[in-house]
Design a protein around this ligand. Structure first.
Ligand code: FE2
Ligand code: FE2
Length: 201
């Protein structure tokens, strides 16, 4: 009866040969048990974890600065038809806070300590904290900050690629949200100024 299914046996053999990249399940289980203190860090983690944490500290600072800027604008914007804009600023502040939390949680998962220290915050951040003198200035500064965030996160997504898919997917989600923010600020700028007045490139 052993020779009754020669084709099946051949198929199994060729499958094993064709998928050498799949780790042996017993080996995976053994490795997972052997390095429990490393948390989510496993031997297949493809990025330099210290570098990942350093990058994410900068992303965290960027998000904190965005929370602060939008919150300040939401409270202090004045002028005709500022109420709708204030509401938009407040909504963005809430979403920036969600980004901040996601990034901080990821740093923690990777074994780092999220840096919330106000000292040096502005220099760790990719975007700037600009108060703006009036409603249009505020909208413009937020659009500039969003465009910086979008550009920065696009680069980081390429950097992480397959090396750290979890961080990449998190950043892709945040990027989608930042693109919406940039679009909202662009629309507001046109509504309040008539032109986005930003250099095209
Ligand atoms: Fe954000
Ligand atoms: Fe944003």
């Amino acid at each position: 009866m052993a020779t009754a299914h020669p084709s099946k046996e051949t198929a199994n053999t060729s499958k094993t040969v064709k998928e050498p990249f799949l780790s042996d399940v017993r080996m995976l289980r053994k490795q997972a048990r052997a390095h429990l203190s490393e948390g989510v860090m496993t031997p297949a983690y493809g990025a330099d974890v210290d570098k990942t944490i350093e990058i994410l500290q900068s992303v965290l600072a960027t998000e904190i600065v965005c929370v602060l800027r939008y919150t300040m604008h939401a409270v202090s914007a004045t002028g005709i038809s500022s109420e709708a804009v204030k509401k938009e600023f407040a909504e963005h502040a809430r979403e920036e806070q969600e980004h901040m939390m996601k990034v901080a949680e990821r740093i923690n998962q990777l074994g780092g300590t999220p840096n919330f220290n106000p000292e040096g915050l502005a220099s760790r951040s990719a975007s700037e904290y600009v108060e703006g003198d009036n409603l249009v200035d505020m909208i413009r500064e937020n659009l500039v900050a969003e465009r910086i965030a979008v550009e920065h996160y696009r680069e980081l997504i390429k950097y992480f690629g397959d090396k750290d898919p979890t961080t990449r997917v998190m950043l892709e989600g945040i990027l989608g949200n930042e693109e919406e923010h940039a679009n909202d600020m662009h629309d507001l700028l046109i509504a309040h100024e008539g032109t986005p007045n930003l250099p095209k490139h």
